[in-house]
Ligand binder design. Sequence first.
Ligand SMILES: Nc1ncnc2c1ncn2[C@@H]1O[C@H](COP(=O)(O)OP(=O)(O)OP(=O)(O)O)[C@@H](O)[C@H]1O
Length: 325
Amino acid sequence: MIHARGLVQVFSTRSGRERSQVRAVDGVDLDVAEGEVVGFLGPNGAGKTTTLRMLTTLLRPTEGTATVAGYDVAREPVQVRRHIGYVSQSGSTGSVARAGDEIVDHGMLYGLSSAQARRRGEELFEQLDLQGLWSRQPKTLSGGQRRRLDIAMGLVHEPSLVFLDEPTTGLDPQARANLWTHIADLRARRGATVFLTTHYLDEADHLSDRVVVIDHGRIVASDTPDALKSRVAGDLVDLEVADAAQVTAAAARLERAARSADASEPVEVDGTHVRGRVQRAGVVIPGLLRELDQDGITLTSIEVRRPTLDDVFLTLTGRSLREGG
Ligand SMILES: Nc1ncnc2c1ncn2[C@@H]1O[C@H](COP(=O)(O)OP(=O)(O)OP(=O)(O)O)[C@@H](O)[C@H]1O
């Protein structure tokens, strides 16, 4: 569905007399298969939107090639646009027309007859839980309803590939969860391929078959969320030691368990807490507990936290997405 090779985008900027160049996207290769849901993540300014704009033909690549839905973005932009849906960050539903008329107009813009566009619009209103809102002006809808209307507009011409740029930004948790169901449905019901950018790691984790991470204009990782988590981070084990005098001995034990499991971070001591990462806590902990017991070390508590995509992100880019914003 998407095949990109060596995509580059260089922007020239001017500040006063100074001219400078920004290599916003710096050699991106990307392959997305039919029916895949891919989450595209990166810190602010990493090049996500610029990549998306090249793939949707809104921006001509400085270098490199890409085919999207079977058409070349540089040579066949009209064909590309006809076969994709694009829901931008800002959305497109700011007008004063009625929501239903907006969607019919949009469908006709893509070559549907008005009857076809109406039928398709009504179907989408139903699928996206927008029943009863056909005659409302978009500006009177809630944030979640408006975002769903944006998505309906992006789908009216039945594209097999949909680009969603930060689909849930600014929505409350309930509206986000609701939209997730609809996005997951796109693939389940229609077999659509979905390429989405997001700042929410839980969203990428929940929705994506595969997560692609971009940093400084380059792809730094591409794998399933689970594979990324187990490859990069390891499970965090937090031991709380009952007797402060035994903290050092407990740390040495955890250190050994972590080392044998090939963890990269050092064990950290914080008061009576000893923390470290081990590759597979379920395998490592029974042996560790036996050793601590043999040494006469008593624990007040033990906690294990599975790695999150944020841990992966931090390891890959040196920044936390949560700090981003
Ligand atoms: N039209 C432009 N002219 C000059 N520089 C630009 C232009 N558009 C983007 N850039 C720069 O290119 C880099 C990548 O920007 P881009 O918007 O693709 O990042 P992003 O990953 O989408 O970020 P965000 O998460 O903040 O939306 C940034 O350094 C940005 O300042």
